[in-house]
Design a protein around this ligand. Sequence first.
Ligand SMILES: CC(C)(COP(=O)(O)OP(=O)(O)OC[C@H]1O[C@@H](n2cnc3c(N)ncnc32)[C@H](O)[C@@H]1OP(=O)(O)O)[C@@H](O)C(=O)NCCC(=O)NCCS
Length: 133
Amino acid sequence: MSIRDYDEVFALWSQCDGVGLAEGDSRDDIRAFLRRNPGLSFVAISGKKIVGAVLSSHDGRRGFLYHLAVAEGHRRSGVGRALAQRCLESLNAIGIPKCHIVVFARNRSGHQFWRKIGWEERTELRMMSKRTR
Ligand SMILES: CC(C)(COP(=O)(O)OP(=O)(O)OC[C@H]1O[C@@H](n2cnc3c(N)ncnc32)[C@H](O)[C@@H]1OP(=O)(O)O)[C@@H](O)C(=O)NCCC(=O)NCCS
């Protein structure tokens, strides 16, 4: 993914209930994210149109995957699996052994997808957050 893809990718994310857009998703923030995490975020293209997108990053210890989305007419044909796999391969190539994703509790089909492609649900964990200011 490059920042030139931003408008199309943002439009795709906006159509997906399972993608929680928030601060951090503005054009400037995504530009900074991509610069900080080069070669770790991907788009899927059909013809000239972006039909899938995913962000990934790492903190030197663990990988983090965000905002995986596939356009409705292109689902169930392996695009989501392929995008997630590209992230894992790219993280593995730079020595990151494990990757996390946060999925909305209400996103049942998302849970099924992640389980189906081999991700482990961490029922022993609860996510907690606090603002830095
Ligand atoms: C979740 C999502 C990315 C899946 O993309 P996709 O391209 O349709 O997924 P794939 O075709 O690669 O599917 C991989 C496997 O998961 C299964 N799967 C995909 N979507 C599923 C669903 N909604 N329910 C159950 N299983 C599902 C597929 O059957 C496939 O298994 P198989 O290979 O044994 O047939 C897509 O549905 C989407 O964009 N959803 C909205 C956004 C979202 O919720 N993203 C996740 C944020 S955490």
